[in-house]
Design a protein around this ligand. Structure first.
Ligand code: ATP
Ligand code: MG
Length: 270
């Protein structure tokens, strides 16, 4: 299965509640994002088996701001997956923005523990993404709801990482102002394929700002291409804007929002 097919089938499992036939033991991953909490399940061969998600407001700027909300969301999503798969999960991996403090990492761990899950692994977000993309070296740019994360990987480890506050949230603010609509209406407008041209005209400077963050972060590194992931990368023109600013080819999978969450479950085998 190509990585594109793997991501697309995980996206269907999350969106439609589909379940695939597993080979061997199941592993669970938990991704706590600014906009979404996503749980992923893979089998022994790292194939996506199931997934579940919920809109969330429990994390802001890489920090868990609503601990109780995070715990109850993880518990609920875990139960949904257990019912779908007829199994019980006792452990899970969790991903974190690279470079956060020990104390902040502990909060992410504690969310799992409070949801009755032993922590099998704490993995950097770009490392999780790189597993899905099948790369050990290169650059992963993750544009989520709150931040733009730019990471350089060497030998499967993060050697440089920058995380700055520009994401889909900032696009919503700009759209709400331009069209005089509420924040929630701006969020819907942004994702409406029929309005893609209008939306792009308004959010283009925000995408260019994200690309400039990436440009500064990768300066001095020899790269042949960059990988673009995260929900905000779903905008049809996002790769072109990054390619123009960076002067490099940009690879974006069809369902960029699901790359990092899927990779969280894929560890713990080496
Ligand atoms: N089809 C789409 N078009 C444009 N934007 C989209 C689309 N689908 C999702 N998004 C945006 O992607 C963002 C959520 O992406 P993602 O789940 O990667 O963020 P997150 O991981 O929760 O945030 P962060 O990584 O900043 O903590 C939201 O701003 C959402 O509006
Ligand atoms: Mg994210």
């Amino acid at each position: 299965m190509s990585y594109e097919d793997t991501i697309t089938s995980f996206a269907a499992e999350v969106r439609e509640g589909e379940v695939s036939e597993p080979a061997g033991a199941l592993r669970l991953g938990v991704d706590l994002g600014t906009a979404n909490i996503v749980l992923s399940v893979v089998d022994e061969e790292d194939r996506p088996i199931a997934g579940a998600w919920e809109h969330s407001t429990v994390v802001r700027d890489g920090i868990v701001v609503d601990w109780a909300g995070a715990v109850s969301a993880v518990c609920e999503l875990k139960e949904i997956l257990e019912n779908r798969l007829h199994c019980r999960f006792t452990q899970a991996a969790v991903d974190i923005p690279p470079g956060i403090s020990e104390g902040t990492v502990r909060v992410f761990r504690n969310v799992l523990t409070a949801a009755n899950l032993a922590v099998s692994e704490v993995v950097d977000e770009p490392v999780a993404a790189a597993r899905v993309l099948g790369i050990k070296d290169g650059c992963v740019i993750d544009i989520g709801h709150g931040t733009t994360g730019v990471s350089i990987l060497q030998g499967g480890k993060v050697v440089k990482s920058v995380d700055e506050p520009t994401g889909g949230h900032h696009m919503n603010l700009v759209l709400a102002g331009a069209y005089q609509v509420s924040y929630d209406e701006a969020e819907d407008l942004k994702k409406d394929p029929k309005r893609a041209d209008d939306v792009f005209g308004v959010v283009r400077p925000t995408l260019e700002k994200m690309a400039t963050i990436a440009q500064r972060a990768i300066a001095g590194h020899q790269l042949e291409l960059v990988h673009l992931v995260g929900g905000a990368a779903s905008l049809p023109d996002a790769p072109d804007v990054f390619a123009a600013v960076l002067g490099l080819p940009v690879v974006r999978p069809l369902e960029p929002l699901f790359v990092t969450p899927l990779g969280v479950a894929m560890g713990g085998k080496e």
